[in-house]
Design a binder for this molecule. Structure first.
Ligand SMILES: [Zn+2]
Length: 136
């Protein structure tokens, strides 16, 4: 039997228009999903081989390392119910952030008095569809 070649690593799809912290949280949640863990600490400093991070994405994680431990990926509890995903909503105007679970981001910034920003919720980064075959 020929040795099984591991599948080629995939890239994560994130929205470059969202605040950098929200993007970092998206990348982290995507990595946690790829690794099958629910907390950043469970990664044990080893990024899953299934994902290929761009240098820029890696730098975003390093720059926002302080929020990664707050993130939680949805998980099934012993009683069969599900613990929600915990992510951040980041205000693009003042840069303040708040932890949120299920549901949309707050409609307006509640972190800074008088701020007119509309916080952006960080979603779990999805798998970028490979484009390599198209070039072949
Ligand atoms: Zn704000």
């Amino acid at each position: 039997m020929p040795p099984r070649t591991p599948p080629a690593p995939y890239r994560l799809k994130t929205n470059p228009a969202v605040p950098p912290m929200a993007r970092a949280a998206s990348i982290a949640l995507g990595l946690m999903r790829a690794a099958g863990v629910t907390r950043w600490a469970e990664m044990g400093d080893v990024l899953p081989a299934a994902v290929e991070l761009a240098d820029e994405e890696y730098r975003l994680l390093v720059d926002h390392i302080e929020i990664l431990s707050f993130l939680r990926l949805q998980s099934r509890l012993e009683d069969g119910t599900r613990a929600p995903t915990v992510t951040v909503a980041v205000c693009p105007e003042c840069g303040e952030w708040v932890l949120i679970s299920s549901g949309p981001a707050p409609n307006r910034c509640e972190m800074t008095r008088g701020c007119a920003g509309k916080p952006v919720k960080a979603v779990v980064a999805t798998k970028e569809q490979p484009t390599r075959q198209a070039a072949a």
